[in-house]
Design a protein around this ligand. Structure first.
Ligand code: G6P
Length: 611
């Protein structure tokens, strides 16, 4: 978590750093700070959002062509002005911004305290900046050496940028565990936690690897490891437009991203699936396809929404390809001594490609000898770089903290994988194979149609915006959708919501149902339709209020439900993609009506780079 930005070049640094921080606010937004160098470094930091920092700075001119900035998601120490970054070393030699966690900070802090260091904040970051200074002053070494030596003593994760007062025309950046991208311009360099602050200036970027250190001056960059081994920079060209990371007229990123789904799903399958001739081609899996096809077991891992996509994946792969699948929370998997066999295939699903638990889980699986694949959205992020192979979702940058288009893109990839595996394993007839491909290509138009129900969703939202609890029910493919619908609501509106397999309702949640309890039921006409009709009756009998997502033309549920939202008829395998859309809209509108900050819900961050 936390977003960091740095600039060194010929332009004014302040606007670049502030605008960059706004783009990275999805990574944390409980406090923010900057340091601009104009001879002497000027430092300002403030509890609250980047806009609070801007207001605090006001009209004060901040000239300078070198600067760094940080937007924080607190780990050590509450969000306040003192704990905000940048942190300055006790004797003022170094100023540092940090994303990550220094796990051995307490030991390092007491060692430094014994040597006379006094700390102002409760943060692990202040320990690191003081450690660098201590080594610098005590060892009489260059700032770069001090940074590298300090980093060899640190246990944990970091993406850092360091300014030092003795060499004010140099920025030092380093990474381990937390992402860092360097943008390469003519006579200038940009540094950021992801490429979004950089793309409007340059598309040439270097993704730092773990243990890399970059020493940046206006006209030169030296890249090495923290152990002083020289490295050749690998400059890559990015393919992101600035429009893709702006709001484009929508009130919130989340709404924009909900509306982008017809296009983002199309982008996910474009060039990979075709109905003339019928074909599926996932280039990223080409080299591992024989192993994947023969896998004895597939383990899907992820966190949050990505875990919900994994659940849909389990149903898909078992249904279409008949390979046993297990779904694991990455955080549980990595710590519970799981059995991983050499002929298992582990697939990590992650929007950001940086989630700390997911990364740790894939490392564990790799060590155990499994083939490890990734389904990720952010190109060049850590998970795609550490997996043996994988598939990018191509949903475009997702900025809203509540994941929407990344989920549907992940499910789209899983659908393609399941069809491809089913085809290769002979578990699908030619006719079914073609039918499934056709289903996928019809999804964008169907979503366009579902989006037209937004006005109806607003009416429903108005009625239920003050509810204290919500229950979401679904069966089969719609159970993960129920979980996802509930997650969307709780994360952005702070209403308690639970998702349940509809039949499990009888084993507990039914006790909660009364006339104040809205129950969202995904009641699509599929193989378990009759059963879901019974579940709706059970809720009604207890005076529960039903909001049902139904198939177009349904009359049975309509008679029982208080509200129905219609979905065009479609095959079960794409059902999750369609039914999740009204649930995203419902969560969005309820949150807006409750006055919540939809794109930046409290306590959350988009990219969870700490355990
Ligand atoms: C955070 C985000 C969620 C996301 C989860 C996993 O909790 O707020 O939206 O689903 O992390 O992130 P990943 O990037 O691995 O998909």
């Amino acid at each position: 978590m936390c977003g960091i930005v740095g600039y060194i070049g010929y332009r004014q640094a302040f606007p670049i750093v502030i605008n960059g921080l706004k783009r990275l606010e999805y990574r944390g937004y409980d406090s923010a700070g900057i340091c601009i160098v104009n001879g002497d470094p000027f430092l300002a930091k403030q509890k609250g959002k980047v806009s609070d920092l801007e207001a605090f700075i006001g009209d004060r001119p901040l000239p300078g062509t070198i600067g760094i900035g940080h937007t924080r998601w607190a780990t050590h120490g509450e969000p306040n002005d003192i704990n905000a970054h940048p942190h300055e070393s006790m004797n003022g030699k170094f100023i540092l911004i940090h994303n990550g966690i220094i796990e051995n900070y307490s030991l390092l802090r007491s060692k430094l305290e014994k040597r006379g260091y006094i700390f102002k904040s409760e943060t692990d970051t202040e320990v690191l900046v003081n450690l660098i200074e201590y080594i610098y002053l005590k060892g009489n070494v260059t700032p770069e050496i001090a940074v590298r030596l300090a980093l060899t003593k640190v246990v944990g994760a970091y993406g850092i940028v360091v300014i030092n007062r003795d060499e004010p025309d140099t920025l030092i950046a380093a990474r381990k565990g937390s992402p860092l991208v360097i943008g390469v311009g003519e006579g200038e360099y940009f540094i950021a936690s992801d490429a979004t602050p950089i793309v409007e200036f340059t598309k040439s970027v270097i993704f730092l690897n773990d243990n890399d250190v970059a020493v940046l001056q206006r006209n030169q960059m030296v890249l090495k490891t923290i152990y002083n081994q020289a490295l050749e920079p690998n400059i890559q060209q990015l393919d992101i437009d600035i429009e893709a990371i702006e709001k484009g007229g929508y009130e919130h990123f989340m709404l924009k991203e909900i509306y982008e789904q017809p296009r983002s799903i199309h982008d996910t399958y474009r060039g990979r699936i075709s109905s003339d001739p019928f074909d599926i081609h996932l280039g990223g899996l080409y080299s591992v396809l024989p192993n994947l096809t023969e896998a004895k077991r597939i383990i899907l891992i992820g966190c949050g929404t990505s875990w919900h996509a994994a659940l849909v994946g389990e149903y898909l792969i078992e249904d279409l390809a008949r390979i046993p699948v297990e779904v694991e929370y990455a955080s549980e998997f990595r710590y519970r001594n799981p059995i991983i066999n050499k002929d298992d295939v582990v697939i990590a699903i992650s929007q950001s490609g940086e989630t700390a638990d997911t990364l740790a889980a894939i490392r564990l699986a790799k060590e155990a000898g499994a083939l490890v694949l990734g389904i990720c959205n952010v190109v060049g992020s850590s998970i795609p770089r550490e997996t043996h192979a994988g598939v990018y979702t191509h949903a475009g940058p997702e900025i809203g903290v509540a994941s929407t288009k990344a989920f549907t893109a992940q499910v789209t990839v899983l659908i393609m994988m399941a069809i491809l595996l089913g085809r290769r394993r002979g578990t699908l007839t030619e006719e079914r194979y073609r039918e499934l491909i056709r289903e996928v290509t019809l999804v964008p138009d169907k979503i366009e149609k579902i989006l037209q129900s937004e006005e109806l969703v607003k009416v429903i939202s108005e009625r239920f915006k003050d509810s204290r609890n919500f229950l979401y029910l679904g069966r089969g493919y719609y159970f993960p959708v129920a979980l996802e619908g509930a997650l969307k609501l709780k994360e952005i509106s702070y209403i308690h919501a639970e998702g349940y397999p509809a039949a499990e309702m009888k084993h507990g949640p039914i006790a909660l149902i009364d006339d104040t309890m809205p129950v969202v039921v995904i009641a699509i006409k599929d193989s378990s339709y009759e059963k879901i009709v019974s579940n709706v009756q059970e809720v009604k009998a207890r005076k529960g209020v039903i909001i049902a997502v139904v198939t177009e033309g349904d009359t049975t549920i309509k008679e029982m439900a208080d509200y129905t939202i219609e979905i065009p008829e479609a095959g079960e395998i794409v059902g999750a993609l369609l039914t999740v859309i009204p649930l995203q809209l419902l969560a969005y509108h309820i949150a807006v009506m409750r006055g919540c900050n939809v794109d930046q819900p409290r306590n959350l961050a988009k990219s969870v780079t700490v355990e």
